[in-house]
Design a protein around this ligand. Sequence first.
Ligand SMILES: Cc1cc2nc3c(=O)[nH]c(=O)nc-3n(C[C@H](O)[C@H](O)[C@H](O)COP(=O)(O)OP(=O)(O)OC[C@H]3O[C@@H](n4cnc5c(N)ncnc54)[C@H](O)[C@@H]3O)c2cc1C
Length: 299
Amino acid sequence: MTSFLNDLKSLKFNYKLGKKTWFGTGGNSTFYIEINSEINLQKLLKLLPLSMPIFVLGAGSNIIVRDGGFDGLTIKLKGNLKKINYDKNKNFLTIGGAVKDSTISKFCEDNSITDFEFLRGIPGTLGGNIMMNAGCYGKAISDNLISCNVICRNGKVNYLKKEEIKFSYRKSSIDSRFIVTSATFKVKNLCKKKILKKIAKISTTRSSTQPINFRTGGSTFKNPPNESAWKLIDKINYRGKRIGDASVSEKHANFLINNNYAKSLDLEMLGEEIKENIKRKYNVNLDWELLRIGKFKKI
Ligand SMILES: Cc1cc2nc3c(=O)[nH]c(=O)nc-3n(C[C@H](O)[C@H](O)[C@H](O)COP(=O)(O)OP(=O)(O)OC[C@H]3O[C@@H](n4cnc5c(N)ncnc54)[C@H](O)[C@@H]3O)c2cc1C
């Protein structure tokens, strides 16, 4: 196990946080540290003044870091927090907070575990999924959840049963200052052939409908009740619209893209322009699904 001292040695200043997101835009984090175990995370949080803002970076697939950067400490989970443990007798699967979705879905495929096929198309990590209640094609990460282990801002471990958490569309009620270190799921088996068929279907649908080879952050807005955000965006003809080097994807109207040199401000202004137009024309309030952190850059 990596010692706390070794984890402390990973501390960096003025870390290029924006570059680590899927959009690849935005400023730096004042501090950055990599933490390899739950115990080390507890030690770190106990050391930090409660006033120090912290941000946990998963795969950075659902965030825009603003151009002025984040004044605080970014924590990246690694090591032991990337482990998966499968208890075949109880049919329990415990997944570390830093495990990537592609790793989870491959593990499940290899062990003939069903209901996690949908993660093949989501580029996040377990911790981000729980906080966002990630999902697609009728499945969400909270479906088979039993409990989560979280570390509170004061360093204390908290065990949360699913019943204690309110999950809704792309939202969980877990305190945003808590850090998810693992989650346990009740799982069931299915023959590998059927699992592979489901995965193949998801992969084909994804690649034909989403700009997966671009710098994007997935869905920009949540779907309003009984409507699709992309349909509303199409109604105002925003496919291909640009601000600076940011644009609305030609393939999926609810995806924003950094074509190369976009600033976070370009992405955010494009999103706000869409919101404004849709409110004015259709009186619908679009709600950002992308999270935005940090501060605007002074010009
Ligand atoms: C091409 C593409 C397709 C996508 N498709 C989908 C989709 O179909 N369905 C869907 O739901 N989403 C989708 N997304 C969005 C995104 O992948 C999910 O929201 C994912 O769950 C975010 O996980 P992450 O690890 O990248 O989180 P990040 O973007 O790094 O962070 C998101 C939030 O989670 C918090 N967080 C991350 N890890 C932890 C942790 N361990 N403990 C506490 N908080 C944590 C962060 O602090 C932040 O507040 C897509 C994104 C892209 C780029």
